[in-house]
Design a protein around this ligand. Sequence first.
Ligand code: NDP
Length: 305
Amino acid sequence: MARLLSGIRVRDEIFAESRPRVERLRERKRPPGLAVILVGDDPASKIYVRNKVKACEKLGIHSERYTPPATAATEEIVELVQRLNEREEIDGILVQMPLPKQIDSHKVLLAVDPAKDVDGFHPLNMGYLLTGRPGPRACTPAGVMELLHRYQIPILGRRAVVVGRSDIVGKPMAMLLMHEHATVTICHSRTRDLPAVAREADILVAAIGRPAFVTADFIKEGAVVIDVGINRITDRARAEALFGHDPDKMAAFEKKGSVLVGDVHPRDVAGKAGAYTPVPGGVGPLTIAMLMVNTINAAERRLGV
Ligand code: NDP
């Protein structure tokens, strides 16, 4: 039977370890502060931001939310970031991605003070990651590493395959695994015979953005499969094809009119992997937990606590 790797369990552990750190900062100086910028009203982004703010409330981290309209210009967002860079009591600045098309995301990310870059997206921090120096790491891949460590999954010398090469997930994920001595292959939309490459993996990470794309023929018997994808299914036939075997999921679909699925086929992974992360309840909660950790780290560094 495949082992379920619970992101919720690991998140709760990380939160429990974070509370005393927040408390210590409060007692000695002030609580950590996080500013979140949400441009426009993309429904998925709104949910992510709401969850991030909620996590701050749970831990006693001060949070501020800025919601410029979808029509905002690059300069407006850059100015907002610069104002937040100047604020002493703000330790972390997060710009929720994706930004509307007219905004130059590169310029915006470059404007964030690298010391307050709690997403680890600033090119300077990406460079620190590449060269293995300390610095904030992108939250999702950092969360995956925490999960692997806390479930004591061996990494050294293992074959890891990361499907997806985005700057926010795939690339940093591959770097983190490589720094811990995995032999890493990065795959993308031009990879030839992807299932055969994926089947070599002891640790397979899917960060693609395509519902249930990774099927049984991608998975080596007993592999550890990490599913980063979050995809919402609203089509009933599709939901039945994916979750016909799972009455609870189908009941949830009937109730809500949609159901979440990762980039990995839920039935196939359960039948073939040695261990895997569920969706929801796998990587998602860890992304938020690591954002909190990065914010606390930034506050401790900035305040010398
Ligand atoms: P991007 O769209 O930026 O990148 C997707 C990657 O997948 C690209 O490198 C792309 O290749 C590759 N890809 C797309 N189609 C295929 C294919 N048919 N075969 C092989 N590779 C393919 O996505 P993100 O990295 O931002 O996100 C990936 C997923 O993770 C999404 O579902 C997103 O919602 C989810 N996510 C979840 C988070 C969480 O907290 N759990 C956080 C962030 C993201 P190419 O480069 O060649 O185009």
